[in-house]
Design a protein around this ligand. Structure first.
Ligand SMILES: Cc1cc2nc3c(=O)[nH]c(=O)nc-3n(C[C@H](O)[C@H](O)[C@H](O)COP(=O)(O)OP(=O)(O)OC[C@H]3O[C@@H](n4cnc5c(N)ncnc54)[C@H](O)[C@@H]3O)c2cc1C
Length: 308
């Protein structure tokens, strides 16, 4: 892992820096590149523009590692109302949640109940519920949560991280559920015995895992979703899907709002299913620091915003 990436990921956990950054106007200006605004209304407005281009949206209210179950209940209730808003405004949107935002650090049972309520609502409103994957200490519990949820609700999916050494076995263990898997490279600082240290190893693993998922998609055992902005990797996967005979609608491409927007548009106009993940909410600091860590050159946006 590069020094700048590890420094930024360490900074993402600092409450002091969080307090400092969250109130600085120039940081807020830089954050705008990655989120249309802090309110759900601004997120929905952005999604409607994407929908006009044929792109779907995924929404996430920022916030993680909550310290009270009342806060987790408030998050659950927020999303329950949000699903209704999506339906009322006819937004082709899905919701992506972090288990720690629904109380996983405090009670696995409560988190499971909140997920159940959200999955029921997603089904009832014709939407879809995603479980994000957080750092490696949460993987077993998050997989358990998904196993229970997917057995009951079809319209649910899980993010799986290609950088983890355990991931091939985890994907195999989910197959009997006919999972919907959003494969991402992985965004957290992990020790080398847990995750690949070299980006090239993660990229290789990403391709291998995706290829396996495409093969399973052919026999209806898995819905692969590629959550990456790595265009050359995506091109190779799209070619592989064609060779295997996997149809365009049998897999999707998910990217983050504000990143590789031209490519997102082009992929959509070439016939792929593309969804853009839109974040909103005031607790953007740790999430934004992970975006900077993915591409330390982004720090220049922050510096430039000081003078904008
Ligand atoms: C829809 C979605 C959901 C995700 N959910 C999770 C999750 O649940 N758990 C998790 O650990 N991670 C998640 N991630 C983040 C993921 O793990 C990676 O950290 C992130 O996507 C960057 O890796 P990459 O695949 O885009 O490839 P990279 O090889 O890192 O990037 C490829 C290219 O994309 C562009 N790019 C990538 N990141 C940025 C950026 N921040 N700013 C500007 N340009 C950039 C650059 O041009 C770069 O060269 C998610 C990502 C997406 C797209």
């Amino acid at each position: 892992m590069s020094i700048s990436r590890s420094v930024l990921l360490r900074a993402s956990k600092s409450p002091f820096l969080n307090r400092q950054a969250s109130h600085r106007a120039f940081v807020k200006r830089a954050v705008k590149k990655f989120m249309p605004g802090e309110t759900p209304a601004e997120a929905i407005e952005a999604a409607l523009k994407l929908a006009a281009e044929g792109r779907g949206s995924l929404f996430t209210k920022l916030g993680e590692n909550l310290t009270s179950l009342d806060d987790a209940i408030a998050v659950r209730d927020h999303y329950l109302g949000f699903f209704d808003q999506l339906k009322a405004q006819d937004v082709p949107g899905q919701v992506s949640v972090k288990p720690t935002q629904l109380g996983l650090d405090l009670s696995q049972r409560a988190c499971a109940e909140h997920l159940d309520a959200l999955a029921a609502k997603a089904s009832a409103t014709g939407s879809f519920l995603w479980i994000d994957m957080e750092d490696s200490s949460y993987v077993d519990r998050t997989l358990d949560l998904y196993r229970v949820l997917k057995a009951k609700y079809d319209r649910t999916g899980i993010a799986i991280q290609a950088y983890l050494r355990r991931t091939p076995a985890d994907i195999d263990s989910l197959m009997s559920l006919k999972p919907v898997i959003r494969l991402v490279k992985g965004a957290y600082a992990e020790p080398p015995d847990v995750a690949f240290a070299a980006k090239s190893e993660t990229d290789l693993a990403y391709f291998d895992l995706s290829e396996r998922m495409l093969e399973r998609a052919l026999v209806g055992e898995c819905t692969p979703i590629f959550g990456t902005h790595d265009i050359s990797l995506l091109q190779r996967l799209i070619a592989r899907a064609k060779d295997l005979g996997v149809a365009d609608g049998q897999y999707e491409i998910h990217m983050l709002y504000g990143i590789r927007d031209g490519d997102q548009r082009r992929l959509r106009s070439d016939g792929r299913v593309v969804r853009t993940l839109i974040s909103y909410g005031a607790s953007w600091y740790p999430w934004y620091m992970r975006r900077l860590a993915e591409r330390p050159a982004n720090v220049w946006f922050v510096v430039k915003s000081m003078f904008a």
